[in-house]
Ligand binder design. Structure first.
Ligand SMILES: Nc1nc2c(ncn2[C@@H]2O[C@H](COP(=O)(O)OP(=O)(O)O)[C@@H](O)[C@H]2O)c(=O)[nH]1
Ligand SMILES: [Mg+2]
Ligand SMILES: [Zn+2]
Length: 307
């Protein structure tokens, strides 16, 4: 049987097979790791092969991991050699941001955008809590959204509280595996509750083993949406891990900078303050948003943002 891993506690997995049934499963003892440098061999989003172990056993066995199209790791609090996979086979990264209560910094948004670029996964910026915005906030946010539009980053304004924009968001995520990320308090859980089909039904089936004293919060969970997609929530995960990017390469992950690359006076230009830098010229003329350039500089100089 082939199935999709929708939940993991580290030792137990929930696997949804094609007819929609969810089975609890474990790994075979001698399961071979594809990636030596990860702490968890199987993550939500993985496609796996299932085999019933023995008559009378109430769990199945994951015997094989199928090739991943991608996987997203968690930003490690320390420099560790081993990465933790949050989810695999992600179709879209969704940044849940807020203009107010709390204010999401553009620096944070841009770091997620660079991270998604490094994984080659499309990104959608969702500004939640539109109900809190006053006229002046709307004006200010419109400028921010205009810049992201120009670069080619999809963005939208919603209110989970008032249900505004939710149908549009649901349509954007139809049939996709969407990884939600954003600071605590921006409304991820509230939005997920609006978008998922029947969370209660899904969780009731597995309650018998979900509470066996394991810390499930560090593991992402996947929720089926009403539109045949899945949403991965990332509770307790502050930031996605960035694939190693050298300073010289960072500008490649800013799409609006790409067309200027190679045209600077010095071919080792890092676009900081060098004479004849075409990226600096584009920032001065307003073709590259100043805030994006600030994020670029901050990622260059703040090594901590790069892990
Ligand atoms: N005003 C307003 N509050 C919201 C909205 N969405 C969520 N909240 C509130 O924001 C708080 C944090 O929401 P939650 O979903 O727990 O955020 P999470 O930490 O990202 O999962 C809760 O008190 C929600 O009721 C919204 O659209 N407007
Ligand atoms: Mg939450
Ligand atoms: Zn330059």
């Amino acid at each position: 049987m082939k199935g999709l891993v929708i939940k993991s506690t580290g030792s137990w997995y929930e696997v949804q097979v094609e007819d929609g049934t969810i089975y609890k499963a474990r790994l075979r003892g001698k399961f071979k790791l594809n990636e030596a440098k990860v702490t968890n061999p199987i993550a939500v989003g993985d496609q796996v092969a299932l085999e019933q172990k023995q008559a009378g056993e109430d769990y199945y066995v994951i015997t094989e991991l199928y090739d991943r199209k991608n996987y997203v790791i968690r930003k490690s609090p320390k420099r560790t050699a081993h990465a933790h996979i949050i989810a695999s086979n992600v179709d879209i990264v969704v940044i849940i941001a807020t203009f107010k209560q709390p204010r999401t910094s553009l620096g944070f948004i841009d770091r997620v955008l660079v991270t998604a670029e490094s994984y080659r996964i499309p990104c959608l910026i969702v500004f939640n809590k539109s109900d809190l915005l006053e006229d002046q906030d709307h004006e200010e946010l419109a400028y921010i959204c205009y810049d992201y539009d120009q670069i080619g980053y999809q963005n939208m304004l919603v209110s989970a509280l008032e249900g505004k924009g939710i149908a549009n968001l649901a349509a954007q995520l139809a049939g996709k595996v969407a990884l939600f990320t954003g600071h605590s308090g921006t409304g991820k859980s509230t939005l997920i509750n609006l978008l998922v089909g029947d969370a209660d039904q899904k969780t009731s089936e597995i309650s018998s083993f979900a509470n066996k004293g394991v810390h499930t919060t560090t593991f992402a969970e996947m929720f089926p949406t009403k539109e045949n997609g899945f949403i991965v929530d990332t509770p307790g995960i502050k930031e996605l891990g960035l694939i190693e990017i050298e300073d010289e390469e960072l500008s490649h992950y800013f799409p609006e900078m790409r067309k200027y690359l190679g045209s600077c006076k010095f071919n080792n230009c890092q676009h900081i303050s060098e004479p004849g830098c075409q990226i600096l010229a584009a920032v001065e003329s307003g073709e590259i948003p100043a805030t994006r350039f600030e994020s670029y500089l901050s990622m260059l100089t703040n090594d901590d943002n790069r892990r």
